[in-house]
Design a protein. Structure first.
Length: 145
């Protein structure tokens, strides 16, 4: 079923086959690592296993674009370049989620960041669905609750 901007849609975090067993043992299994778009409630829920679990308002998102993760950054949940947090299990399929303004997110402690970098199984579908949700919200297509 293709992602719909009107339903809650989950996009699995891409985890490279070579590191899947290790990530599973370390608490970042494929089943527990995803980005869920709830266009009706206007939220993004980003989960990186036991290491990262944040729900963000779509109002805080400025843009969602293809991104890159540096080879020297390693994989997992960690601080990234340019005041970002990475939830990456692969260097492929990376999406940059840029915030309107820096906001605190939690790793072990709160970290102020300007965006997230996430590796996704379906990055293009996530970008399309999130862009539609952002555009619908900006145009006033969603009534206030």
């Amino acid at each position: 079923m293709p992602p719909s901007a009107f339903d809650m849609t989950s996009f699995p975090i891409r985890i490279a086959p070579a590191v899947r067993p290790l990530f599973t043992v370390l608490g970042m299994s494929r089943a527990a690592s995803f980005v869920a778009l709830d266009a009706t409630r206007r939220t993004l829920h980003v989960k990186g296993g036991i290491w990262f679990d944040e729900t963000l308002p779509l109002d805080a998102v400025a843009a969602v674009t293809p991104g890159t993760w540096p080879w020297w950054g390693g994989l997992g949940v960690k601080t990234g370049p340019l005041d970002t947090i990475g939830v990456v299990g692969s260097r492929r399929g990376v999406v940059a989620i840029r915030f309107v303004a820096p906001m605190p997110l939690h790793l072990v402690v709160a970290v102020s960041c300007s965006g997230l970098l996430v590796s996704l199984e379906e990055p293009d579908a996530f970008i399309r669905a999130t862009t539609v949700a952002l555009e619908r919200h900006a145009s006033g297509a969603f009534a206030a609750d």
